[in-house]
Design a protein around this ligand. Structure first.
Ligand code: NAD
Length: 498
């Protein structure tokens, strides 16, 4: 298959290199590069420079200078608010082009690029939301504890230089979830896109310059985890690492940050359950929504995909039949084709990992209801796997415990509410959970009982102004809303004589 690829190869100024340091696009000092091969076709689309220590030093140095000279952290609130709104509008104005770049990166089809996590509109909304926090960066005034001789005043100040390290599955939203609060708070940033989603992020950064963000405030280094990411997370001049990616690299970043006690926020993986009771308003819809999170758009390569369906025995067969219908509706191919609904897996390594889990599911005794095979014909050149549903899964099986990051649903039966809660919480992760029931008291009971950061009742959505993040090994901290904004600040106390 040859991709349609009308759009956008020239927009990112690749001829000048794709590192941005102090407002200048440039090549890496080493001259080394890697080639991005499209996951749907295997086509080689572009080569990007690999930033090494010396390039990272330059990018962090530029961010440090832009922070320390004070003009960005102390920019007038009104000016910063207007700038962030202007950027949100620029994203919307360039949405068609950005969607094309995302399709070139990770193969998310244009047909799905209006859906929250992979949409440009959501990223723009996140910038608008955080623009609203700029003039609310307040503290408290407290009375003296010992008597009336002094007051205590608290101030929130920007944390400093932030390293923003991104994954590839939702480049617009995840860029926005880090950059919007960081810039709103007055931080400066070095961004490292994933080596599998570089086009989208370079254009997002280029548009920051068009919105009027001064040189040096946002810098970019491209490259893989080693050497580029490593140089960033170990850099003594970086004050905070804001990371979205796998649990393993998240743990590694915590260890690396110990050297200079950097602040760290982590958005990691999940093994999110969805619980379906017989009194669900619509069991079929619950099944389709759940299956949708593991198939449509990114083919289950979503941190918060509901990959464990815990289904009451009375509606188990009904649930599986409806999920199977959804699986059959998924279409693959050229992401620029309007009829295509789901992406390939991002690379061959991920493809083999997912196929390995499907073999393991069978070997451990789960029943493969449908899918799990690779399509043939022209699709065989891409990293496609047909959506798999496993029934009769036990929560101790590997497919129920490990994050697969692919189109695989495990369906587990339960008999009563206590068992459902026990199974839902029996995981090392705690990112999301779904709950399908018409019983309001049960909603309250289970919302309290489930150990997960975001719970969807009779549906699932995320919005720019609400906190999003994980319990347990799904991460540290929250993105979205006030808590995200505050995580890019330090709290200072000033004792004032009166
Ligand atoms: P990954 O951990 O392989 O890579 C993420 C980023 O870290 C990439 O930019 C990569 O180059 C960089 N990196 C890799 N090694 C590094 C190192 N040693 N030092 C510094 N940086 C390094 O993850 P991925 O495959 O890009 O993304 C998939 C993972 O991300 C899944 O586990 C998924 O659940 C998680 N994710 C979480 C959320 C969330 O909000 N919780 C959102 C999207 C993805």
């Amino acid at each position: 298959m040859t991709l349609t690829l009308q759009p956008h190869r020239d927009v990112v100024g690749l001829s000048d290199g794709s590192l941005l340091v102090d407002g200048q696009w440039r090549a890496a000092s080493s001259g080394r590069s890697w080639t991005h091969q499209h996951p749907a076709s295997g086509e080689s689309l572009a080569s990007f420079p690999i930033a090494e220590q010396v390039d990272v030093d330059a990018a962090v140095g530029a961010a440090r200078k832009a922070f320390d000279d004070g003009s960005w952290p102390h920019m007038r609130a009104g000016e910063r608010i207007r700038l962030l709104h202007r950027y949100g509008q620029l994203l919307r104005d360039n949405a068609d082009q950005l969607r094309g770049l995302q399709a070139m990166d990770n193969g998310v089809p244009l047909s799905f690029a209006g859906v929250y996590a992979t949409s440009v509109g959501a990223a723009a909304d996140v910038f608008d939301h955080h623009a609203g926090w700029v003039d609310k960066l307040g503290g408290q005034t407290l009375p003296g504890y010992q008597g009336g001789e002094h007051l205590a005043m608290t101030l929130r100040e920007p944390i400093g230089v932030v390293a923003a390290i991104l994954p590839w599955n939702a480049p617009f939203l995840l860029f926005a979830q880090k950059l919007a609060p960081a810039l709103a708070a007055g931080c400066t940033v070095v961004v490292k896109p994933s080596e599998f989603a570089t086009f989208s992020v370079l254009r997002m950064v280029e548009l920051l310059g068009e919105a009027g963000v001064p040189d040096g405030v946002v810098n970019v280094v491209t490259g893989p985890g080693e050497p580029t990411g490593e140089a960033l997370i170990n850099h003594p001049q970086v004050d905070k690492v804001s990371f979205t990616g796998s649990r393993e690299i998240g743990k590694h970043i915590v260890r690396a940050s110990a050297g200079t006690l950097k602040r760290v926020s982590l958005e990691l993986g999940g093994k999110s359950p969805t619980i379906v009771f017989p009194d669900a308003p619509d069991v079929g819809l619950a099944a389709m929504t759940t299956m949708g999170t593991v198939t449509m758009g990114v083919s289950g390569q979503a941190c918060v995909a509901h990959t464990r369906a815990l289904v009451h025995r009375d509606v188990y067969d009904q649930f599986i039949a409806a999920a199977q219908g959804m699986a059959a509706a998924v279409t693959y191919g050229d992401p620029f084709d309007a009829g295509v609904l789901a992406s390939p897996l991002i690379n061959e390594k991920q493809l083999n990992k997912v196929l390995g889990y499907i073999d393991k599911g069978r070997a451990e005794g789960a029943r493969l209801v449908c899918g799990g095979e690779r399509p043939d014909g022209e699709l065989s050149a891409g990293n496609f796997v047909r959506p798999a549903i496993f029934a009769e899964v036990d929560n101790s099986m590997t497919i129920a415990r490990e994050e697969i990051f692919g189109p695989v649903l495990s369906v587990i039966a339960f008999d009563d509410e206590d068992e459902a809660v026990r199974l839902a919480n029996d995981t090392e992760y705690g990112l999301g959970a779904g709950l399908y029931t018409s019983d309001v008291k049960r909603v309250f009971r289970l919302s309290r009982a489930l150990r997960a950061g975001t719970i969807g009742v009779n549906g699932f959505q995320i919005e720019p102004h609400v906190p999003f993040g994980g319990y347990k090994q799904s991460g540290i901290g929250r993105e979205g809303g006030q808590s995200a904004f505050e995580s890019y600040t330090e709290l200072k106390t000033v004792m004032l004589p009166v």
